[in-house]
Design a protein around this ligand. Structure first.
Ligand code: MLT
Length: 277
């Protein structure tokens, strides 16, 4: 399916019926990454929406205009178009940066915030410089530099060796990303603000999920991220890297489903658990 938002075509999955769950993919991936989660969530009675963010997958890729604000506004406008007032939103890595922006600028739309293999901080000076170098490499026709850099980091070492077909599938999603989207999102990530000091303002039920072999978001950052959110729980997926949703889908789905079910219960049923979702 697709729709037009801000003058560009945005492709998305919309499957199942029930309370809405929106899944935001990471960089430089696309909505196809969520297939095991779409199956699990729709089978459990939820409606799942997963867009290709602008510049990625089958969505249009304008030359300019990439920012965390714009990515978040695209999601907010997609919700309005689909008649969804509030949803649980799960954001993987870059998707989590967009989720933080949504909580900041469109909090009324978020019934639950699932931070999946992501972080609350901004890039440091070296990180920003590396984003710029990678964006320039893409603009100079060397997008393979970005694909290789991310492929190397995305998987637990064990997965990379044992599951070459998964690595190849993920690379095919990277190839679907446009040069504009890659370069634009790299610079947008480099410019994102630091939210770690503001997490106490976000009184939305939250989940922070990590993976024990994630080489992009170290698992030891998950506890402090969750502890700084007023209503949160956390889980660490064993034997998985940054692509935990594909490396260990059962454990990933169990943690996500528990949270999504809790968010869709009426407040009185959540009862005493309100201090720790
Ligand atoms: C992602 O998976 O979205 C990226 O690793 C995020 C990042 O580069 O910061």
């Amino acid at each position: 399916m697709h729709t037009t938002i801000d003058g560009i075509r945005i492709a998305y999955i919309d499957e199942g019926s029930g309370p809405a769950v929106i899944l935001l993919h990471g960089f430089p991936l696309c909505r196809a990454m969520w297939q095991p989660q779409v199956e699990a969530l729709t089978g459990a009675g939820f409606r799942v929406i997963a867009p290709d963010l602008r510049g990625f997958g089958e969505s249009d890729a304008p030359a300019e205009g990439y920012s965390m604000d714009r990515f978040a506004d695209d999601v907010a406008e997609l919700m309005t178009k689909l008649g969804i007032g509030r949803a649980v939103v799960g954001g993987m890595s870059m998707g989590g940066y967009i989720l933080l922006n949504l909580l900041d600028r469109h909090p009324e739309k978020i019934a639950g915030a699932a931070f999946l293999l992501t972080r609350c901080g901004a890039d440091d000076a070296a990180g920003k410089a590396r984003r710029k170098d990678l964006a320039e490499a893409v603009r100079a026709g060397r997008r393979g530099t970005v694909e290789n850099a991310f492929t190397d980091m995305l998987f637990a070492p064990r997965t990379a060796q044992a599951r070459p077909e998964l690595v190849e599938e993920v690379r095919s999603w990277m190839r679907a990303a446009s040069d504009n989207g890659m370069a634009g999102a790299l610079l947008a990530m480099g410019e994102r603000p630091d939210y770690c000091g503001r997490l106490g303002e976000f009184h939305t039920p939250a989940l922070v999920m990590g993976a024990d072999a994630d080489r992009i978001v170290p698992p030891e950052t998950i506890g402090p991220f969750a502890a700084a959110l007023p209503l949160s729980s956390s889980c660490i997926i064993p034997e998985a890297g940054h692509m935990a949703n594909r490396e260990a889908p059962q454990a990933f789905n169990a943690c996500l489903l528990k949270f999504v079910r809790l968010c869709s219960q009426p407040l009185e049923v959540r009862g005493e658990d309100r201090g720790g979702v």
